[in-house]
Design a protein around this ligand. Structure first.
Ligand code: SF4
Ligand code: SF4
Length: 362
C-alpha cells in the first residue's frame, strides 16, 4: 500500500469578514503538501533535478499555472538541488510543438519562462526529439523504449502533472507524464503507431518527404525501416495522402504508454509525483480547446507511487459531482478508453500499487 497525500482547495471560512487569508492560497497549500508529504526526499544536495511538466499547445489555457511550478522549483532549491523545468518534443517535425524551438515558444506564450519559473527550461529530448537513451523492454508491444536523454541523465525527477482526461490514453496523469512526457520522439511514435509508415501507390514522386526526412530513410520511394527514426515527418509533408500511418486505438494506446513508463523507470526511478486535480477538462493540454471542467477543482495530490496517485485521482474524480452540462457529465471518460484496465496493467508491470492510503494535509 502506498501513501497519497492531499490538500483540499476548499477553505473552512469561519469568519467571512476575514477575507485576506494568504494561508488559504493553493500556493501555500502546495508548499505545505510538499513539506508534510516528504515526497522531495528523492532530492539530495547537489542533485540535478528535472521538474517535468507540460506547457500545452498554442492557445491552451488550462495547464498548470507557472506560480505552482515556481513553488516546486523553490522547494528543490531549499534542499540544495539544482532544478531545471523540462518537457519533451511532440510527434512530427512540422508542427510548433514538434521541436525544442517550438516547445519553448509555446512555453513562453503560455507563461513559462526562466523568469516566471525561476529555473532554466530545457527540452529533455533535444532540438528535434532524437536525443535519447535506448532501454530494452519486454512488454506486449514494445521491445525498446527511447528515454529522453536529460531524464535518463538527471538525478531526480519531480513530475508536476495536470490531471485531466485524454481522448486516447483515458486520463492524463502521472503515468502519462512519465510514459509519454519523459520519452523521445521514436517512443511517441511507438505509442501511437503499430508499425513503420509505408509509401503507397498515390505517390507522385514530388520528393517533399525525401527533403524533410532527417534520416535519409526514403530510397526509391520506399521507407527503409532500418534507417527510419519514426518521426512521421514524411506523412506530415505529403500532400497526396501517399504515406500510410498505422494508428493504434483504445486500450492499446494506454498500455503502450505504460510500457514506456516502465522503460523510463528501468533507467531512472528516482521520481516524485504531484497531480493537480484542477480544471479537469475532457481533452488533454495538447488541445488548444477543451470544454469546461467536468467537476469542480479537487485539490493537489503528492506521492512517490505513480500508480497510487493516478488511482487516487481517478477515485476522487469519480466521487465528485459533475458540473451540469459539462461534456462527459454522465459518461465521465471517453467511451473507447479503459482507464481501470490501463491502471491494472501499470500495476502488473511493477510501476506501483493500486492500493493506497489517502492522507489529508490540513
Ligand atoms: S511526399 Fe508523398 S507524393 Fe511526394 S514523394 Fe513523398 S510520398 Fe510521394
Ligand atoms: S521515413 Fe521515418 S525518419 Fe524519415 S520522415 Fe518518415 S518517419 Fe521520419
Amino acid at each position: 500500500m502506498s501513501d497519497v497525500f492531499y490538500v483540499n482547495p476548499r477553505a473552512e471560512v469561519t469568519d467571512p469578514a476575514r477575507w485576506y487569508q494568504p494561508n488559504l492560497s493553493m500556493v501555500r497549500k502546495l508548499e505545505k503538501l510538499i513539506d508534510e508529504s516528504g515526497v522531495l526526499d528523492v532530492v539530495s544536495k547537489g542533485d540535478l533535478v528535472a521538474v517535468k511538466t507540460h506547457f500545452g499547445d498554442r492557445g491552451t489555457t488550462k495547464t498548470i499555472r507557472s506560480v505552482f511550478i515556481r513553488s516546486v522549483v523553490e522547494k528543490v532549491r531549499e534542499i540544495g538541488g539544482r532544478p531545471f523545468v523540462t518537457e519533451t518534443t511532440g510527434l512530427g517535425l512540422t508542427r510548433l510543438r514538434s521541436t525544442a524551438f517550438g516547445r519553448l515558444e509555446i512555453a513562453e506564450e503560455n507563461g513559462y519562462t526562466q523568469q516566471t519559473v525561476r529555473a532554466p527550461i530545457i527540452i529533455a529530448d533535444g532540438l528535434l526529439g532524437f536525443d535519447f537513451v535506448e532501454v530494452p523492454a519486454k512488454g506486449k508491444y514494445l521491445d525498446k523504449v527511447y528515454v529522453a536523454k536529460a531524464i535518463a541523465e538527471c538525478d531526480a525527477v519531480i513530475c508536476v502533472t495536470h490531471f485531466k482526461l485524454h481522448m486516447q490514453a483515458g486520463i492524463g496523469g502521472s503515468i502519462k507524464n512519465v510514459g509519454v512526457g519523459c520519452v523521445a520522439k521514436p517512443s511517441k511514435f511507438d505509442i501511437h503507431m503499430s508499425k513503420y509508415p509505408e509509401i503507397n501507390e498515390k505517390c507522385t514522386k514530388c520528393d517533399k518527404c525525401i527533403e524533410i526526412c532527417p534520416a535519409n530513410a526514403i530510397e526509391d520511394y520506399r521507407i527503409v525501416e532500418e534507417k527510419c527514426l519514426k518521426c512521421t515527418g514524411c506523412a506530415e509533408v505529403c500532400e497526396y495522402d501517399a504515406v500510410n500511418l498505422y494508428w493504434t486505438v483504445g486500450r492499446e494506446v494506454g498500455e503502450r504508454i505504460v510500457e514506456c513508463a516502465r522503460g523510463v523507470m528501468d533507467i531512472n526511478s528516482n521520481f516524485a509525483y504531484l497531480n493537480f486535480l484542477m480544471d479537469i477538462t475532457p481533452h488533454c493540454d495538447c488541445h488548444p480547446f477543451s470544454d469546461i471542467p467536468i467537476v469542480p477543482d479537487l485539490g493537489i495530490l503528492a506521492s512517490k507511487d505513480m500508480v497510487a496517485i493516478d488511482k487516487a485521482s481517478v477515485d476522487m474524480y469519480m466521487r465528485a459531482e459533475a458540473i451540469r452540462g459539462a461534456l462527459l457529465e454522465k459518461e465521465r471518460f471517453w467511451p473507447w478508453t479503459d482507464v481501470d484496465g490501463v491502471l491494472e496493467y501499470a500495476s502488473e508491470l511493477g510501476l506501483g500499487s493500486l492500493d493506497y492510503r489517502l492522507v489529508e494535509v490540513e
